[in-house]
Design a protein around this ligand. Structure first.
Ligand code: NAD
Length: 243
């Protein structure tokens, strides 16, 4: 396989598993990280032991200049980009009345602008090659909303809007754009949840467990290999949210 992928926010959690899954399936992966250099190096070394490879690139994808650097690096090194996984994201739990403008800007730029900007940067190459697969990691909260996570839910609903409109715009260039909207996944993002909260969520979930990062990575792999799915919001949530 000669495909090239960029995965944003790949040093830990869901992004890490996606980078691993793609590297193991033979895709050349540029794994982006921002602050967690140690964890990114650990991922690279762990894969190297089994003769798999990821390339690391540091960039804060909430900033246009750094998105450009990430894409330029990938193009210089691999000459093309087939796959973009917009995974980087942050969450903050707050009542709407307590959200500052600075927090709003940070969430919008990290979760939503980053995805928009990365799409802008990779698309000229994908359009030129008439080939591409973009996957936005959104959230069930973008579909149904979450109390005390209004800004987060807005950013994820925005990503789904990006998915639907961009799928229409670039479909004629053979570029597919989809969202994967996870339910609760066991990562650092949920480390504040108590055991009681987690048990309650398990009880509410038909498949009686919370998700693992690998569940999302498997879906990414499936979407990459598919040919006829675009503009869709695929929710991986064990049946917790059925719309
Ligand atoms: P996580 O906190 O472990 O990972 C987030 C990653 O994004 C980290 O590697 C972090 O360094 C990176 N990141 C943050 N800001 C960045 C920036 N400016 N530039 C580059 N990288 C940046 O959480 P996770 O659960 O692995 O989350 C991954 C994605 O999945 C996020 O978009 C999140 O919103 C989404 N998601 C997670 C869950 C869940 O339950 N864990 C549910 C739905 C959606």
């Amino acid at each position: 396989m000669n495909k090239v992928a960029i995965v944003t926010g790949a040093s830990r959690g869901i992004g890490r598993e996606i980078a691993k899954e793609l590297a193991i399936s033979g895709i050349k992966v540029v794994a982006n990280y921002n602050k967690s250099e140690d964890q990114a190096i650990k991922l690279k070394e762990e894969l190297k032991k089994d003769n798999f490879f990821v390339d690391l690139f540091k960039a804060d994808v909430s900033k246009q200049e750094e998105c450009k650097n990430l894409v330029n690096y990938t193009l210089e090194r691999y000459k093309k980009i087939d796959i973009l996984i917009n995974n980087a994201g942050i969450d903050k739990y707050k009542l709407i009345t307590e959200v500052t403008q600075e927090e709003w800007n940070e969430m919008i730029n990290t979760n939503l602008y980053s995805a928009f900007c990365m799409c802008q940067q990779v698309l000229p190459n994908m359009i030129h090659n008439k080939n591409g697969c973009i996957i936005n990691i959104s959230s069930v909260w973008g579909m149904i909303g979450a109390s005390q996570e209004v800004v987060y839910s807005i950013t994820k609903a925005g990503m789904d809007g990006l998915t639907k409109s961009l799928a229409k715009e670039v479909g004629p260039s053979n570029i597919r754009v989809n969202s994967i909207a996870p339910g609760l996944i066991d990562t650092d993002m949920n480390k504040e949840l108590s055991e009681t909260d987690i048990n309650k969520l398990k009880e509410e979930t038909p498949l009686e467990r919370i998700g693992k990062a690998e569940d999302i990575a498997k879906c990414v792999n499936w979407l990459i290999n598919d040919n006829f799915t675009t503009g869709q919001i695929i929710s991986i949530n064990g049946g917790w949210v059925i719309t």
